[in-house]
Design a protein around this ligand. Structure first.
Ligand code: PEP
Ligand code: MN
Length: 350
């Protein structure tokens, strides 16, 4: 069983309970997520429950098959996750937009400023790129992280970018507002732990071969190691269907939302692999009650160093944002308006 202890509990009382449990013969593992201490006790007998009950600690017990940090439990309320100044899971339909991979400073700053002017809530862009071929462009690494930081300064948008390994998680944690875990590494547990240890939110792509349950457990790994919340991204799973790059699993995304306390976005770019499907998939996701999008946008998609066929132009992004507004309103949500100082750039959105 799990014992979740309210964070204002007296540390000495927790130490005493752990010592008593171990003395009793139970195996106890302790975790320190941001929300409060968590004990995993490999024993669920009445005598163990009694020790917990009489400890005087303000705590909540979960069964072993529950997800104490990611599932709904102590409170049925959905959690909001703050990435920079952007609140994910609130009334706003959030949109993290930007290039697949960070290329030049000029193009990255251009796209960041343009999507901010059109109502984006965050900047995405890969500095460490997982590529099928070892000969493909694998990203600019730390140089790319520095470019993203400059694009954040220029646009005011918080930055989400992928870490591929534990060392990368530290570098991303030092530069970005949230650490993205990609579909290919969504069950790389040492990476999830390292990402959690940075203490920032984790943006977790669902692996294209992972079930909803596996995805929830991957999020639990990041949370147990200190993440400041998780934002799930359904980015398409692999099915027999070949007419799109992957198959957007809308029902899987909705299940993630039902079963977890955290917000869920979709990534129509990777799901479709084709710009023509981005807008209808996005409208469907917003209408269904999901929390927003992560979408690829490039100042000049022809020049993109990866995923050029699924990147919107800046004008295309403006069109998408305008298309989302009435759908969001219909389900009681909002899409961010362009900042007032740039209200005259709405020509992008023609
Ligand atoms: C990405 O968002 O840059 C990416 C590589 O996506 P995924 O991990 O979903 O393939
Ligand atoms: Mn991509």
């Amino acid at each position: 069983m799990f014992v979740f202890i309210e964070s204002d509990s007296h540390y000495g009382a927790i130490e005493t309970l752990v010592a008593d449990l171990r003395h009793h013969g139970a195996t106890v593992r302790t975790f320190a997520p941001q929300t409060g201490p968590l004990l995993f006790i490999d024993d669920d007998t009445a005598s163990v429950r009694d020790l917990v009950d009489t400890s005087g600690l303000d705590c909540f017990i979960y069964d072993t098959d529950q997800l104490p940090l990611v599932g709904r439990g102590r409170t049925d309320a959905a959690a909001k996750v703050r990435i920079g100044d952007t609140v994910v899971g609130g009334d706003e339909i959030v949109v993290f937009a930007g290039p697949c991979s960070v290329d030049t400073e000029e193009l990255t700053v251009e796209v960041a400023s343009a999507v901010a002017d059109l109502g984006a809530s965050g900047l995405r862009g890969g500095a460490f790129k997982p590529r099928t071929s070892p000969y493909a462009f694998e990203g600019l690494g730390v140089e790319g992280l520095k470019i993203l930081a400059k694009a954040r300064d220029a646009s005011g948008l918080p930055v989400v970018t992928e870490a591929l390994d534990a060392a990368g998680a530290k570098a991303v944690g030092d530069h970005a507002d949230a650490i993205q875990i990609g579909a290919r590494t969504s069950q790389a547990f040492s990476l999830l732990h390292a990402a959690g240890e940075q203490g920032k939110p984790v943006v977790l792509k669902r692996g294209f071969g992972c079930t909803v349950d596996e995805t929830l457990h991957a999020a639990e790994h990041a949370m147990a190691h200190g993440a400041a919340g998780v934002v799930f991204v359904e980015r398409g799973i692999r099915t027999f269907e070949q007419s799109a790059r992957f198959t957007l699993d809308l029902s899987g995304a909705l299940r993630l939302k039902q079963l977890s306390r955290f917000p869920v976005l979709i990534d129509p770019s990777h799901a479709a692999g084709d710009v023509s499907l981005i807008e209808p998939l996005s409208r469907a996701a917003v209408a269904a009650g999901l929390d927003g999008l992560m979408v690829e946008v490039h100042a000049d998609p022809k020049q993109a160093l990866s995923d050029k066929h699924q990147a919107l132009t800046i004008d295309g992004f403006g069109h998408l944002m305008n298309a989302l507004r009435p759908v969001a309103e219909a389900v009681g949500r909002t899409v961010r308006k362009p900042p007032a100082k740039n209200a005259n750039v709405s020509s992008h959105a023609a």
